[in-house]
Design a protein around this ligand. Structure first.
Ligand SMILES: [Zn+2]
Ligand SMILES: [Zn+2]
Length: 352
């Protein structure tokens, strides 16, 4: 076949030309003289257009290489293009790139090389500047009903907040950060950089700690022509947890709390009749948690109940233990209430 441009006889033509003429007449690679890259000096995030992107675990060298590759244009006639790059640092912020392209055109192997410079500037990304400025978009107020949030609940909440924000950050939400936090009104406040992140954290707290959740918005100003709201998530832990001990405010019945349901309904076990019941938490007065239980040495069992040694007087007392919950171990968990001993279940045992 004869090239229309140089007349040489070759095996294959690309659009009528031999490979050499085609490459001479058609720039296969277009590369800007200078490629610019803007990185966050704190976290290494890269700015592309108006947006910042987290580098994840990628080393900066990869981020630079990717930026150069993204800026290279390859002619549409080149099939199966493969780019090879070679980086050499010239000074603190300038890098030289040798770029080679290999591909085919109409089945004929093609290659071309080019050079480019990469200039790196460093600034502070939107996330880091917001973090430094104490920015937040939402507040999670963790509280408890008619009591303070207990230390073990606070600890669980801290772990849930930290783990969930980390998970969301890894999932691409750059503003899933905790700006500040602190104890407040018998509970804890968390200031979060993003509303969706705070909503997800609040839902987890609600489910895992047994709480209700209420969302409210407050207009705090305008930014770029749009109203800016700050959202508050009130997460209120129910008054009771499984294993809590309580008395009825009106009937003075003694209960062990089995489960807490939506809307403040509490499943209880009556410690005198061993009947199960369901009451609203407002009708109960909390005596305390499982820390009120003592272990009494088990002596025997007869038709009237289980005989135990009162851990204070060492006298033998009889308590009622449902047969199905009597494991015949060495001790029996008992609650002392108004001078009497009652069997009460330990949470995590049969109740879990
Ligand atoms: Zn030719
Ligand atoms: Zn940053």
């Amino acid at each position: 076949m004869i090239c229309v441009e140089c007349g040489s006889d070759v095996e294959h033509l690309i659009g009528g030309s031999c490979a050499a003429c085609f490459v001479r007449a058609t720039p296969l690679l277009s590369v800007p003289d200078v490629v610019r890259i803007e990185l966050c000096a704190h976290c290494g995030a890269r700015k592309s257009g108006a947006h910042w992107h987290d580098p994840g675990d990628a080393p900066e060298e990869w981020v630079r290489d990717e930026t150069v590759r993204d800026s290279v244009g390859v002619h549409e006639r080149v099939d199966n293009p493969v780019l090879e790059t070679d980086e050499r640092q010239l000074d603190e912020r300038t890098f030289h790139y040798a770029i080679e392209l290999h591909g085919t055109g109409d089945g004929v192997p093609l290659s071309e090389s080019a050079e480019a410079q990469l200039r790196r500037t460093k600034s502070v990304c939107d996330r880091c500047s917001r973090l430094a400025g104490g920015y937040y978009a939402a507040i999670i107020q963790l509280r408890a009903t008619e009591r303070d949030v207990r230390p073990d609940e606070s600890e669980r909440a801290h772990r849930i907040v930290a783990t969930e924000l980390e998970r969301q950050l890894e999932g691409g939400n750059r503003f899933a950060f905790l700006s500040k936090d602190g104890s407040m009104h018998g509970g804890h406040d968390y200031y979060i950089g993003d509303i969706d992140a705070a909503r997800n954290v609040s839902r987890l707290l609600k489910d895992r700690l047994g709480a209700s959740m209420h969302e409210s918005a407050k207009l705090v100003g305008r930014r770029e022509g749009e109203d800016v709201y700050r959202i508050t998530f009130l997460v209120r832990i129910h008054a009771f947890s499984p294993g809590d001990l309580a008395v009825g405010k009106a009937d003075h019945r003694l209960f062990s709390v089995v489960a807490v349901h939506q809307g403040g309904k509490v499943a209880v076990l009556d410690l005198e009749t061993h009947r199960r019941d369901r009451v609203h938490e407002e009708r109960l007065k909390r005596l305390g948690g499982p820390e009120l239980l003592q272990d009494a040495v088990r002596v025997s069992r007869d038709a009237s109940g289980v005989q135990v040694l009162d851990p204070q007087s060492y006298k033998t007392e009889t308590v009622l233990v449902p047969v199905e919950y009597d494991d015949e171990g060495e001790t029996v968990p008992v609650l002392r209430h108004e001078e009497r001993l009652y069997w009460a279940p330990r949470p995590g045992g049969w109740m879990s």
